[in-house]
Design a protein around this ligand. Structure first.
Ligand code: SME
Length: 151
């Protein structure tokens, strides 16, 4: 299980005072990816226009560049504003497979402090049912604290 308290402290110390979205996303993707062997792809999709996500900083193999809100697990998170905890990606209607090895996925929407949707944070695992509600809660807390000050 990931030590989210330590991970939060590390990310806070690395990003304290930073408000640049790309810098924050690059740092979070790096630190989260290397925090747990379950995490095989870790990265962001940014809101770049009405109902459109475009890839942002990530760790792992290449990902799709563009994902409309109407598609995939990422689109569902952006569209609904709800965490997508997917134990079996093959059972998720419209899942977009960036790698055939992916078995489970966790996607969280991210907002700034004014409630503007910035994008989504996506983690893929090659392990089935790799993610728990504790992962979702730990990451949601880190993301809210990290992106709160983004304009
Ligand atoms: N699986 C995601 C697409 C992003 S790749 O996993 C990096 C989806 O279904 O939206």
């Amino acid at each position: 299980m990931t030590d989210y308290a330590t991970l939060a402290q590390t990310i806070q110390s690395l990003t304290n005072g930073e408000t640049d979205t790309v810098s924050l996303m690059a740092t979070v993707a790096c630190e989260v990816h290397h925090a747990d062997d379950r995490f095989d792809w870790t990265g962001f999709y940014r809101v770049t226009g009405p109902d459109m996500l475009k890839i942002g900083p990530y760790q792992g193999g290449h990902g799709y560049l563009h994902i409309p809100f109407s598609r995939g697990v990422c689109g569902a998170a952006a569209r609904t504003g709800e965490v997508q905890l997917v134990p079996d990606v093959d059972a998720f209607p419209g899942h977009i497979a960036c790698a055939s090895s992916t078995r489970s996925e966790l996607v969280l929407p991210i907002w700034n402090g004014s409630g503007r949707l910035l994008g989504v944070f996506d983690i893929d695992s090659n392990q089935p049912a790799a993610f728990s509600q504790a992962d979702a809660d730990g990451l949601a807390s880190i993301l809210a604290r990290t992106f709160h000050a983004v304009p």
